[in-house]
Design a protein around this ligand. Structure first.
Ligand SMILES: [Cu+2]
Length: 189
């Protein structure tokens, strides 16, 4: 696996920013025009069906995705923005999926100018209303011993396991085009 991590980092950083800024209304200049509080502008945003934003008890994964595997390859990386909209801290401690031998939580670190990945010890903590970015060049799910189809357009259900015992099934979209999408994937915020 030789992903070009750098190319996508910038794009995802933008997405990240957009996520944290709750976008105050920018198009309501005239007070006279707004007699009463109207629904947030974002409610009118197009429903861009984030391929699989699944929400289970307040744990949400935005845009879970993975690149297609080349023929013969058996190791893939998974990316998403994981958010904890519950009322208690959670820690992602593992994951599993049918057709995948095992899934590890990995992080990246630059060593002498070379990005290297390593398992994350102790899981990925999420404070209340916190977010963890799994993105190229950073944290990711490592799908090891993949035996199922992993091609453009495939959807891979992945069960995320949290320390509290909560499990959340997230559908990962297999796509090579993620880096090109514009940042409107938070329409359902
Ligand atoms: Cu990895």
């Amino acid at each position: 696996m030789r992903p070009t991590f750098a190319a996508f980092a910038t794009v995802l950083a933008l997405v990240l920013t957009g996520c944290q800024a709750e976008a105050p209304a920018t198009d309501a200049p005239a007070a006279a025009q707004a007699p009463e509080a109207s629904p947030a502008p974002e409610a009118a945003a197009p429903a861009v069906a984030a391929p699989a934003a699944s929400a289970h008890v307040g744990l949400m994964a935005h845009e879970p995705w993975s690149r297609p595997l080349a023929p013969g390859a058996t190791v893939a990386a998974g990316y998403m923005h994981l958010m904890n909209h519950t009322t208690q801290p959670e820690t992602l401690v593992g994951a599993r999926a049918e057709g995948v031998g095992r899934i590890e939580l990995h992080d990246m670190a630059e060593v002498d100018g070379v990005m290297q990945m390593r398992p994350i010890e102790g899981g990925v903590p999420l404070v209340v209303d916190g977010m963890a970015a799994f993105q190229p060049g950073g944290k990711h799910l490592m799908f090891i011993d993949v035996t199922r189809s992993w091609n453009e357009g495939d959807v891979v259900p992945v069960t995320l396991v949290f320390e509290s015992g909560t499990e959340s099934v997230i559908d990962f979209a297999v796509t090579a085009s993620k880096g090109e999408s514009s940042g409107d994937e938070h329409a359902h915020h």
